[in-house]
Write a protein of this length. Structure first.
Length: 289
């Protein structure tokens, strides 16, 4: 079994981006990060994004509206950033408070600044295989990890667990694209799937993105499978100072011996998501310059 080291791949990618940004004369790329409220996971995600941006030489502008912000106020803030020529990328950290229609906010971000890749236009471009758009960061990170781990999907059966707009669906579309590295036969499973283990057992490559701790067990995979575990789940653990431990959607101790390659949690897909956000920001900067 070979461990797919997301930290290592992300470090390489970040170094490549840093070298590219260093060559830019004049203005540096700028990423606007909107974080509404004090959700602990969001605080730590935005801090990580800010830190990585700084490492690369990307200016980050963090905006922290109160949790009571109205839909109209948040849309107005997005409009302001859309119109600001010094801002290349805009990210609105999810989850948003209950009074906000998240999809409406994602759709308000200008497609040219939508470095999270959640806008209808950018998801459409993934389906149309139009490379001018922005691919959402986690699925883009999955493809980059596979590529840099020499996993060619051509002709393989890729089974994706989960059909969310930010992970499952775009990941399936990317694997399906008719281009080098992709060209897979794809099955998508969800909560309505009948006999899910019968499908996962057929997978040459299994992408697990359902948010259920250690859901995939040894009896659900075939020997030699490549596994990308997207899940980030907090499981109570009294032996930890924090009171919890992080686990993926795959039961790593029993499944990993069967896999040819597998991502750990943490240290697999997570670091790639941040690195791909930076890659998208540098791409937006290039397109705006
Ligand atoms: P989500 O929006 O909650 O979607 C979960 C998907 O899994 C849904 O399509 C759901 O089916 C399906 N599902 C849930 N329980 C299932 C079950 N028992 N059997 C079959 N399908 C089931 O989640 P998400 O945003 O895609 O995230 C998935 C996981 O990835 C989470 O753990 C999240 O924390 C993690 N994540 C990690 C990163 C990273 O950077 N590492 C980034 C994003 C997300 P239905 O559609 O039928 O409801």
């Amino acid at each position: 079994m070979e461990l797919i080291d997301g930290n290592q791949v992300a470090t390489t990618l970040i170094a490549e981006l840093k070298a590219e940004v260093a060559q830019a004369t004049g203005r540096k790329p700028c990423l606007a990060l909107i974080r509404v409220g004090e959700d602990p996971a969001s605080v730590s995600y935005v801090r990580k994004k800010e830190k990585t941006a700084e490492e690369i030489g990307i200016i980050s502008r963090v905006i922290l509206p109160p949790v009571t912000i109205t839909q109209a106020e948040l849309l107005a803030l997005v409009d302001e950033l859309n119109a600001d020529p010094t801002v290349d990328g805009i990210l609105v950290q999810s989850p948003l408070p209950k009074q906000i229609d998240e999809l409406a906010v994602f759709r308000r971000v200008s497609p040219e600044k939508d470095v999270d890749g959640f806008h209808t236009i950018n998801l459409g471009k993934v389906a149309q295989e139009d490379e001018s758009g922005f691919v959402s960061c986690t699925p883009a990170g999955i493809m980059e990890l596979l590529k840099r781990s020499q996993v060619d999907l051509k002709g393989k059966h890729v089974v994706v667990l989960g059909r969310s707009l930010i992970v499952g669906k775009p990941a399936a579309l990317l694997a399906l694209q008719k281009k080098a590295g992709a060209n897979a036969t794809v099955t998508i499973c969800h909560s309505g799937t009948r006999d899910l283990p019968a499908l996962t057992r057929q997978a040459d490559v299994l992408i697990a993105a359902i948010g259920r701790p250690e859901f995939v067990t040894a009896d659900m995979v075939k020997p030699g499978v490549v596994i990308i575990d997207v899940g980030v789940n907090r499981v109570p653990d009294s032996t930890k100072k924090t009171g919890y431990r992080l686990t993926g959607d795959v039961h790593f101790p029993t499944v990993s011996p069967l896999a040819s390659k597998i991502t750990p949690v943490p240290g697999g897909v997570g670091p790639m998501t941040v690195a791909m956000l930076m890659k998208n920001t540098v791409k937006a900067f290039r397109q705006h310059s």
